[in-house]
Design a protein around this ligand. Structure first.
Ligand code: CP
Ligand code: NVA
Length: 301
């Protein structure tokens, strides 16, 4: 491919393209045709520096459904882990496969990889962003409640990779995002600044959840921050999604979490296992949303 289309961030899409991928994901989910194999013979390389259940399985299954295949690569077993330059690895790997997905510690690894890759590169989570998860989250909201334009979403917890991708989604799909994070754990100022007045910061989860149509949270300590767990448990006390937070939200508010979750920390069992929670539809939609993304990147002329 001369000018491959990458997905290193949600901001690589326009709002219209985001909506088109969501619609296509639901169509692929509702009408699965085993004879539809648009990626027959094509190969996806998946580089994982961090653990994964959903991302790995959904990409691997998605490629199989589409007639292609996926190769799982960990730095432990490749020369990437022994210091082969990212630039060289990108040139070599992209000369042999049709698409590359990376889950890395540093966001720059994905952007550098994309600069030197001759095939589309997909961000499967970095320290800064998790755009694939937002495709599935937004698909799920649209399926349960219709378009999210003009609605209010409450993000309670860490201003982390997921929170940054929610800010990008608010910009592209035109919803209001309320963020309640403890002092010292706010999203990055440059990401916030780009979103303008679509995003508002709160210091109290109940205030942030007021009349929200969707409440979302994530773990207090992300992958790579395990040694901060104790300190974060103290900082995030009071930033839990519980019945009081959900009671402040709109009566038909949904609850989402990218998973894996820690019941009793960022969310109570009553909420995550309760009637407003759509976490398992959300997780399943990773498969459908990523199939729509792969088709968009690899089949759109
Ligand atoms: N939500 C998510 O990305 O899950 P995995 O870490 O299991 O891939
Ligand atoms: N914020 C979490 C998301 C996991 C899917 C992490 O980065 O570990």
């Amino acid at each position: 491919m001369s000018n491959p289309r990458h997905f290193t961030s949600l901001l690589d899409l326009s709002g219209d393209e985001f909506r088109q991928i969501i619609q296509r994901a639901s169509a692929l989910k509702n009408h699965r045709d085993p004879n539809y194999q648009p990626l027959k013979g094509q190969v996806l390389a998946m580089i994982f520096e961090k653990s994964s259940t959903r991302t790995r399985i959904s990409f691997e299954a998605g490629m199989a459904h589409f007639g292609g295949s996926a190769i799982f690569l960990s730095p432990r077993d490749t020369q990437l882990g022994r210091g082969e330059p990212v630039q060289d690895s990108a040139k070599v790997i992209s000369s042999m496969v049709d698409c590359i997905m990376l889950r890395t510690d540093k966001h720059e690894t994905v952007t550098t990889f994309a600069q030197h890759s001759s095939v589309p590169v997909i961000n499967g989570l970095t320290d800064l962003q998790h755009p694939c998860q937002l495709l599935a989250d937004m698909q799920t909201y649209f399926e349960y409640r219709g378009d999210i334009k003009g609605k209010t979403v409450a993000w309670i917890g860490d201003g982390n990779n997921m929170c940054h991708s929610y800010i990008h989604a608010a910009m592209l799909l035109d919803f209001t995002l309320h963020i309640a994070s403890p002092e010292g754990y706010h999203p990055l100022p440059e990401i916030l600044a780009a979103a303008g007045d679509r995003v508002r910061l709160f210091d109290n989860p109940v205030a942030a959840a007021q009349n929200a149509h969707l409440c979302v949270t994530d773990v207090w300590a992300s992958m790579g921050q395990e040694e901060e767990q104790k300190q974060r448990e103290i900082a995030f006390k009071g930033f839990q999604v519980n019945s009081e937070v959900m009671a402040a939200a709109h009566t038909d508010a949904l609850f989402m979490h990218c998973l894996p979750a820690h019941r009793g920390e960022e969310v109570t069992a009553a909420v995550i296992d309760g009637p407003q929670s759509v976490i398992f539809a959300e997780a399943e939609n990773r498969l459908h949303a990523q199939k729509a993304l792969l088709e968009f990147l690899l089949c759109t002329k």
